[in-house]
Design a protein around this ligand. Structure first.
Ligand code: ADP
Ligand code: MG
Length: 259
């Protein structure tokens, strides 16, 4: 399958085993149709970051990957790192889990956003990059006067990473816990902005509230296996699997989920 009819992303029996034997993904079946937003929800260690690394071709070279993983109908399992980079270029935006590790400490924050645009084949000026930061709720004065990453908080750098990943409005955006350092209100605003900048969005998170804000569809992951998946509204209203039921109950008990 290829071209228009292909889903944005499809995994079939996708398994990832790290060199030390850890089986981080264990037979994942998942389809994300173009234009949808999916939240992959799971506790720490469930395989969320591994899933994104598999999509991005960022797994350690000695990790064993089996099964199938297609992007726009193009098979990526067995592709070289070079082929994957070519496939990603201009097509996939990525918000990494750790913003401090993602941003070059020796370059101004705005440079990070301009560099991401250039990597996707587009040139933007500093003012355009600054405007995106302001749109994501960073004070204009801060953007103007505090140029260096080490003077920014984790929540601010998270937004810089979101600005970088979405600066060219790529068709597919992958985001790893993109609002973990933000307060609830700011996080919701940022998630909605992120959604509006991506045709197809996949976020991975342990935060059910973030998932509920942004996702059309949910996939619940545990120990590298898919527990339950479907429309977010359906799962939130009537979770089928006991594990999903306990996740929802826990989130509601701690006020993490409205209703
Ligand atoms: P999550 O993002 O949901 O917290 P990860 O994908 O980071 O989960 O991790 C899934 C499992 O794989 C965990 O057991 C973790 O310890 C393991 N893991 C992650 N990265 C590596 C690695 N580079 N080498 C070995 N094991 C890893
Ligand atoms: Mg992770």
């Amino acid at each position: 399958m290829n071209g228009r009819s292909a889903p944005a992303l499809a995994a079939r029996a996708l398994a990832v085993t790290y060199p030390d034997g850890t089986r981080a993904l264990d037979g994942l079946d998942l389809t994300v149709e173009r234009g949808r937003s999916l939240a992959v929800l799971g506790e720490s260690g469930s395989g969320k970051s591994t899933f994104l690394a598999a999509v991005l071709g960022l797994l350690p070279s000695r990790a064993a990957v089996t099964g199938s993983l297609t992007i726009d109908g193009i098979e990526t399992v067995g592709s070289s790192a070079r082929e994957l980079r070519k496939l990603r270029r201009g097509r996939i935006g990525y918000v990494p889990q750790d913003p401090f590790a993602a941003v070059d400490p020796l370059r101004p924050v705005v440079h990070h956003i301009r560099f991401a645009a250039r990597a996707a084949g587009t040139k933007i000026d500093a003012a355009t990059a600054a405007d995106r930061l302001v749109a994501l709720g960073i004070d204009p004065e801060t953007v103007r006067t505090r140029r260096w990453p080490h003077t920014w908080s984790g929540g601010m750098l998270q937004r810089a990473c979101i600005a970088a990943a979405t600066i060219t409005a790529p068709p597919l955006v992958l985001a790893d816990e993109p609002t973990s350092a933000l307060d609830l209100d700011t996080g919701d605003t940022v998630l909605r902005d992120l959604r509006s900048r991506a045709t197809t969005l996949i976020i991975v998170t342990h935060d059910l509230h973030a998932a509920a804000v942004v996702a059309d569809d949910l996939a619940i992951l545990r120990n590298g296996q898919l527990i339950e998946s479907g429309r977010a509204d359906d799962i939130l209203a009537a979770p089928q699997h006991p594990y999903t039921q306990s996740l929802l109950a826990a989130a509601r008990a701690t006020g993490g989920l409205d209703g």
